[in-house]
Ligand binder design. Structure first.
Ligand SMILES: NC(=O)c1ccc[n+]([C@@H]2O[C@H](COP(=O)([O-])OP(=O)(O)OC[C@H]3O[C@@H](n4cnc5c(N)ncnc54)[C@H](OP(=O)(O)O)[C@@H]3O)[C@@H](O)[C@H]2O)c1
Length: 327
């Protein structure tokens, strides 16, 4: 492949569903990125998508996109159960991969994907976009610097209502449906990125009739009595906020905490809300980070590291084991 030193990074997208549209919208705002190719299982859908976002190539098979040597980086936007297969296909063809969350279905799959990236010396990153959003980095810095003292408690939720419908990707068991893997990953991410690995995990879930979880409540206990109360649900609309309680104040990431949002700080009897002036949906930040890694010849992110993705999936595996969620 020719070097991309003096040109834009040529992106490809595999799986042209809801998130692919949002990602493509933001990709077009990134100066050194070009949406070069898209792949769907249907030619008409690929043509339409390519037309909408000015992609040069529209493929009717994921294999065809993965065989196009002009592609530098691929965004995998298929349902969870296909993440491993689609990622391996691209990595083996030397293409850098940004794969949607959850990275895969279990730890074994995540290990295989990371081993493949290492063996092929290609960049691989889980698209946990929240990690790259300025408001989230801001909160991480306040926590790291102990600006409001030591953290005592975290509360984070993510919920919206979905009527039971087995054809819906979010619920369909064959596609890895359920609240935990789809949205529970965000409150868990909030805990792991601020508090690290818990000493103990307790979890309870409710289930839809097809045996995927409709809601999941989790309690992570840390040393010194620090606790994280986490929740995901497909049964009701919940605020989808994150509260970090400290010795000398509270930081609240307002609704919805995982996407571009504002941060409210309550301390010394005063309340201040910080607006980060977002102008995009928020996917451009992970793309900019990824492009920089690619240009530097890195094969893993220093933020969303392999070890963090492994930790995240290991935690999801553990919660699944506790609530008895089997795919
Ligand atoms: N980061 C975020 O903010 C965010 C938000 C939403 C979702 N996600 C993640 O992104 C992934 C996709 O979610 P989505 O909401 O975009 O789903 P979606 O609207 O259902 O789109 C998924 C796409 O995957 C392709 N696909 C391949 N095999 C499929 C199959 N057997 N059944 C259905 N679709 C199949 C289809 O594209 P073609 O027909 O074009 O082949 C489909 O349009 C999930 O893993 C989800 O967790 C992330």
């Amino acid at each position: 492949m020719e070097s991309f030193k003096d040109r834009k990074i040529r992106w490809g997208i595999i799986g042209l569903g809801k998130i692919a549209h949002k990602f493509a919208t933001d990709l077009l705002t990134v100066d050194d990125a070009q949406l070069y190719a898209v792949a769907s299982r249907a030619q008409e859908k690929a043509d339409e998508f390519a037309n909408q976002y000015q992609a040069e190539k529209a493929y009717s098979s994921y294999n065809d996109l993965a065989s196009d040597s002009q592609v530098d980086a691929v965004y995998i936007a298929t349902p969870h159960v296909y993440h491993k297969e689609n990622t391996l296909l691209c990595l083996r063809n030397g293409m850098a991969v940004l794969c949607e969350k959850p990275f895969a279905m279990n730890s074994e799959e995540v290990h295989e994907m990371i081993d493949c990236a290492k063996a092929n010396n290609v960049l691989l990153m889980e698209a946990l976009w929240t990690y790259f959003l300025p408001h989230y980095s801001y909160v991480l810095d306040l926590i790291k610097n102990e600006t409001y003292g030591k953290i005592l408690k975290l509360e984070a939720d993510f919920g919206f209502r979905q009527e039971f419908d087995e054809t819906n990707r979010v619920i369909k068991k064959d596609l890895g449906g359920g609240s935990l893997l789809d949205i529970g990953i965000y409150p868990i991410f909030a805990a792991l990125s601020t508090l690290g690995n818990p000493n103990e995990i307790e979890a309870e879930a409710t289930f839809f009739e097809n045996e995927v979880d409709s809601s999941c409540t989790m309690t992570f206990t840390y040393k010194n009595g620090v606790i994280a109360y986490l929740k995901s649900t497909l049964l009701e609309e919940t605020p989808t906020e994150a509260f970090f309680h400290f010795e000398n104040g509270t930081i609240k990431i307002n609704s919805r905490f995982h996407e571009p949002s504002t941060v409210t700080i309550i301390s010394n009897g005063k309340e201040e809300t910080i607006d980060f002036g977002y102008t995009t949906i928020g996917y451009n930040y992970e793309v900019i980070h990824f492009n920089n890694l690619l240009r530097q010849g890195k094969i893993q992110s220093d933020i969303m590291t392999y070890s963090f993705s492994k930790k995240l999936m290991k935690t999801l595996d553990k919660v699944r084991q506790i609530i008895g969620l089997v795919y």
